[in-house]
Design a protein around this ligand. Structure first.
Ligand code: TYD
Ligand code: MG
Length: 454
C-alpha cells in the first residue's frame, strides 16, 4: 500500500504547497489553502483515451466516424452545443444554485431516453425528488434510469454493467473517489472524479454531462482544470428573479463559443424562446432619457437589447462607476474618450449602466450605444424610440466597424426600427427595408448626430 502524504492545496486554482500559507501565490487569493491527503496513484491506472496503450498513427490513416449529433430536444440547447450532442463528448454545465441546471438536464435526458439508454446520477437529490419533478413536468419516465450515489467507483461499476449512452452527473462537486482521502468537494476530489468519468466517456463513446456549481465570484467551484478536461463548457447567465435564463457556450471543441441559448422558466420547466429578439426591450408609454436600443451579436444570432444609463451628481469623494452586464473597465475608457474628444466631463458625476434582462454584452459594438445612453441621461433628453445604434469606439475618437452589420440592421428593420446610426464601414450596399442609415466615422460626427435627432 503506497504511503499517503499530507499536502496543502489551493481550493481555487489547485496549486500545491508543502505547508499552509495565507495567500496562494498561484491565484493571489487569500484563505483558499486547505489540507488534503494525497495517495500516490499507480501509474497503470491511467490509460489513454483509447483504453489500451496508444500507438503512433499517421493522420491520413485515422478513420473518422460520421459526426453524428444527437438532438437534445431543444433547438436552443442544440445551438449552444454547436448543433447537438456528440457521442463521447464531455459537457460541463455551470451556474448559480436554483438557476435550472438540474431541470434542463432532466428534460434533455427524458427526451433522449426515448431512443437511447440514459442514466441520471444524482448526488444532491433523492430519486423521489427527481421523479417528483419529472412527473410535475410531465416528462416521459419509462426509460430514464436513476442512481443516487456519490462514490465514483460505485457509479462506474453500475455504468459499466448498464452501459448507458448518455450519463448525467448532478453534481461533480458531490462526487468523491476512494483514491483520495480528502473531503468531497475539495479540488483534488473534483479533479480526480471528473478525470475518471471523462476517461470512461471517451473510451466508451458515452455522452457525459457534468453539473458544476459556481462560487460567489461566479467562476466554477473547483479547479479551472475541470474546464480543460471537458470538451464543452456551458454557463447559465441571467438573473434569477427574471423569468429568462440564458445559456452561453464559453468553450466548445465542436462549435462556436459565445453562442447563446435563451429559455424561459415556467411552471412546466424550461421552455425555449425561439424568437428572443424583443424580450430584452422594455416598452415605455413615454420615451425616457438614458435608454437606447442596440443590436448585439453574441454568437451567430443578432439580438436587440436595451442599454440604460443614469448620470447623476455625485455626493461622494469618489464618484461611482457601476455597470451591470457590461465591462466596467470599458465604461471608464469610454468616459475618458468622451472627455478627451468632446470635452464632456463626468468627473463629479456617478455613472450607472445596465443591460435590460440580465444579458452580458461582451462585444465592443456596445460602445456607441453606451455613449448615447450616457449623453441622453446627462442632457436629460430622450432619444427616438425607433433609433438603433451600434459601433466600436477607438481611443483616438474614431468609430470602428463591427462584424455582422447587415444582420444587425435586418433584425432591427424586422422590429420596426426606422433610423440606424452605424460605423461608416458597416453601411450596407443593399438598402434595408424602410430604414434610414446614418454613417459616422468619428466621435464628433456621432455627437452631431445626437444633437440633430434629440
Ligand atoms: P434547478 O434545476 O433545481 O436548479 P439547479 O439545479 O441549477 O440548482 O431549478 C430550480 C429552480 O427552478 C427553483 O427555484 C424552481 C424553479 N423551477 C420552476 O420555476 N419551474 C419548474 O418547472 C421547475 C422544475 C423549477
Ligand atoms: Mg440541482
Amino acid at each position: 500500500m503506497a504511503k499517503s502524504k499530507l499536502v496543502f492545496c489551493c481550493q481555487t486554482c489547485g496549486t500545491l504547497y508543502p505547508k499552509w500559507t495565507g495567500q496562494c501565490t498561484g491565484c493571489n487569493q487569500w484563505n483558499t489553502i486547505a489540507e488534503e491527503t494525497q495517495t500516490p496513484i499507480q501509474s497503470s491506472r491511467y490509460q489513454g483515451y483509447a483504453g489500451t496503450e496508444a500507438q503512433i498513427a499517421c493522420m491520413a490513416d485515422v478513420t473518422l466516424q460520421a459526426d453524428i449529433r444527437l438532438s437534445s430536444g431543444s433547438q436552443e440547447l442544440d445551438r449552444v452545443l454547436g448543433g447537438g450532442i456528440i457521442m463521447g463528448s464531455a459537457i460541463l454545465i455551470g451556474g448559480d444554485p436554483g438557476i435550472g441546471k438540474s431541470t434542463i438536464l432532466l428534460q434533455t435526458i427524458a427526451h433522449l431516453s426515448q431512443n437511447l439508454k440514459t442514466l441520471y446520477v444524482t448526488g444532491e437529490e433523492s430519486p423521489q425528488q427527481v421523479t417528483l419533478r419529472a412527473r410535475r413536468l410531465g416528462l416521459p419516465e419509462q426509460q430514464v434510469w436513476l442512481l443516487a450515489d456519490t462514490h465514483v467507483e460505485t457509479i462506474l461499476s453500475h455504468v459499466k454493467k448498464e452501459k448507458p449512452r448518455v450519463l448525467v452527473i448532478d453534481s461533480i462537486q458531490t462526487m468523491h473517489t476512494s483514491l483520495l482521502s480528502s473531503a468531497p468537494g475539495s479540488v483534488g476530489q473534483v479533479r480526480e472524479s471528473a478525470m475518471q468519468l471523462v476517461t470512461y466517456a471517451k473510451q466508451t463513446e458515452t455522452a457525459l454531462f457534468l453539473i458544476g456549481h459556481v462560487t460567489k465570484e461566479g467562476s466554477l467551484a473547483g479547479p479551472r482544470v475541470l474546464e480543460h478536461m471537458v470538451d464543452t463548457v456551458l454557463y447559465f447567465e441571467g438573473e434569477q428573479d427574471s423569468a429568462y435564463r440564458i445559456i452561453r457556450a464559453v468553450k466548445n471543441r465542436f462549435g462556436a463559443v459565445n453562442e447563446l441559448g435563451i429559455f424561459a422558466m415556467t411552471e412546466k420547466g424550461l421552455r425555449e424562446v425561439s424568437h428572443p429578439s424583443a424580450i430584452f426591450l422594455s416598452r415605455y408609454a413615454q420615451p425616457v432619457s438614458g435608454s437606447i436600443i442596440t443590436a448585439t451579436k453574441e454568437g451567430s444570432r443578432p439580438l436587440l437589447v436595451e442599454v440604460q444609463a443614469l448620470v447623476d451628481q455625485s455626493h461622494a469623494a469618489n464618484p461611482r462607476r457601476l455597470s451591470v452586464g457590461l465591462d466596467p473597465q470599458r465604461l471608464s475608457m469610454l468616459l475618458a474618450v468622451l472627455h478627451k474628444h468632446s470635452g464632456l466631463s463626468t468627473h463629479s458625476m456617478d455613472v450607472f449602466l445596465n443591460v435590460v434582462g440580465g444579458l452580458q454584452i461582451t462585444e465592443t459594438a456596445a460602445d456607441l450605444p453606451i455613449l448615447f445612453a450616457i449623453l441622453s441621461s446627462f442632457r436629460n433628453r430622450h432619444l427616438p424610440p425607433d433609433l438603433l445604434v451600434f459601433g466600436e469606439l477607438g481611443l483616438a475618437g474614431e468609430i470602428r466597424p463591427v462584424p455582422g452589420g447587415q444582420e444587425r440592421l435586418k433584425e432591427a428593420a424586422k422590429h420596426g426600427f426606422k433610423t440606424a446610426i452605424v460605423p461608416q464601414a458597416n453601411v450596407v450596399k443593399k438598402e434595408v427595408d424602410g430604414m434610414k442609415i446614418v454613417p459616422v466615422q468619428t466621435l464628433k460626427e456621432a455627437l452631431d448626430c445626437f444633437e440633430a435627432i434629440c
